[in-house]
Design a protein around this ligand. Structure first.
Ligand code: AOF
Ligand code: ZN
Length: 375
């Protein structure tokens, strides 16, 4: 299953709105085939593994991080995997979790069992849940998954008073951020960050995949000269603006190839995050890495709109400066946001603190995996 998960990860960024799935075929104690779902619209992991097998798969065990699909609805792009598994006379199927897609949701496993195939679930279930967190949330809530990534000083600052933020964390932490970006469908920042840092928000090294770049920019202040507007990935930049945005500016930005999305705004003129979450899910943009700045982090936390948070805490003290999270209106400690399923480790010179806001709200019934996983 560890190998199946590793294979599944290779699909990152290309499978949404589908899940990332890897499959391994084992026979007589040897691996005889492996595969993964490469991109939405392409073959499923199970079929890839079967077709890559070096010998007959009859009697083999199929190990797969997700329940095989069994449906054939109108929007379905490929045939159901269960039928193929049964036809190939595979003897045993081991999965991490069910596929909560209402067309599958346990029926895939039931169909296999009815055909005399031995079925086992719950293997490395937590890892599998985290790998497809955005997919699982989208099925449960029809909303994108928001992962806040904060690089902060020990005293919770993300920049000095005059905005100096390069660099609070060391190279190891920044390399880790690149890895997070490669796993994301999109990277999100506020226009304040665009104006202050003119970031590229690109994935270095691996040049053939570039996540979408999302900017929350109610009044459309993103400069025409910004990297996000001018570079060769401009078509992958989406700017969310309010109804009052200037028409000429809209036209000029659109001419550069960026996509403009008009969104409702709240009384303070901020983009409606509920709209954003639903809009992105409908576009198949599910896993969103939120990289700041302070106002954006604050709104996602204040409105209980984030799913996961990773803070890289560096051993330096800035004192007065830009806080990672601003006012949340918290008076009693009982109102403070406390993370669930927290993990803390060190990376280079940083303490990395991560956790989820509410696993139940993000994953729905599948959240029980956290309490009953055998691994
Ligand atoms: C699997 N193996 O590798 C994946 C599955 O339109 P399709 O044919 O690609 O089907 C998409 C649905 O199949 C998707 O919503 C999810 O329920 C399941 N994904 N299932 O058996 C795979 N990617
Ligand atoms: Zn399938």
């Amino acid at each position: 299953m560890q190998l199946a998960l590793e294979l599944a990860r290779k699909g990152a960024g290309r499978t949404s709105p589908n899940p990332r799935v890897g499959a391994v075929l084992v026979k007589g104690g040897r691996i005889i085939g492996q595969g993964y779902h490469r991109a939405v619209g392409e073959k499923h992991a199970e079929v890839e593994a079967i077709e890559a097998a070096t010998e007959s798969v009859e009697g083999a065990t199929l190990i797969c991080n997700l329940e095989p699909c069994c449906h054939n609805t109108r929007e379905k792009r490929t045939p159901p995997c269960t039928r193929r598994i049964i036809a190939e006379k595979i003897a045993r199927v081991v999965v991490s979790t069910i596929d909560p897609n209402p067309h599958v949701n346990g029926q895939g496993l039931a169909e296999l069992q009815a055909a005399g195939i031995e079925v086992k679930t719950g293997v490395l279930a937590r890892e599998a849940l985290e790998l497809n967190a955005a997919y699982f949330k989208s099925v449960h809530r029809r909303e994108a998954f928001f992962h806040l990534k904060i690089a902060q000083s020990l005293d919770g600052r993300i920049a000095t008073r005059r905005g100096d933020s390069k660099w609070i964390t060391d190279q190891q932490a920044r390399r880790q951020v690149q890895a997070l970006r490669r796993q994301a469908d999109a990277i999100l920042v506020g226009v304040g960050t665009v104006l202050a840092d003119n970031p590229r928000l690109t994935v270095r090294e691996e040049s053939d995949y570039q996540p979408y770049r999302l900017v929350l920019d109610s009044r459309l202040r993103t400069p025409l000269e910004a990297h996000l507007v001018r570079d060769r990935w401009a078509q992958r930049t989406l700017i969310f603006h309010g109804p009052q945005a200037d028409v000429t500016r809209k036209r000029k930005l659109a001419e550069r190839g960026v996509r403009l999305v008009e969104a409702p705004v709240d009384a303070a003129g901020r983009i409606d995050l509920a709209f954003l979450a639903g809009y992105l899910a409908a576009q198949g943009i599910l896993a969103v890495l939120v990289e700041g700045g302070s106002r954006v982090f604050t709104e996602f936390v204040r409105q209980n709109r984030f799913d996961r948070l990773t803070a890289f805490v560096a051993p330096l003290l800035i004192g007065e400066g830009l806080p990672a999270i601003g006012d949340l209106g918290v008076e009693a400690l009982s109102e403070a946001r406390r993370l669930e399923q927290v993990r803390i480790h060190t990376l280079g010179n940083q303490a990395v603190v991560e956790g989820y806001r509410r696993v139940k709200e993000t994953f729905g019934p599948l959240a029980e995996v956290w309490s009953c996983s055998r691994d």
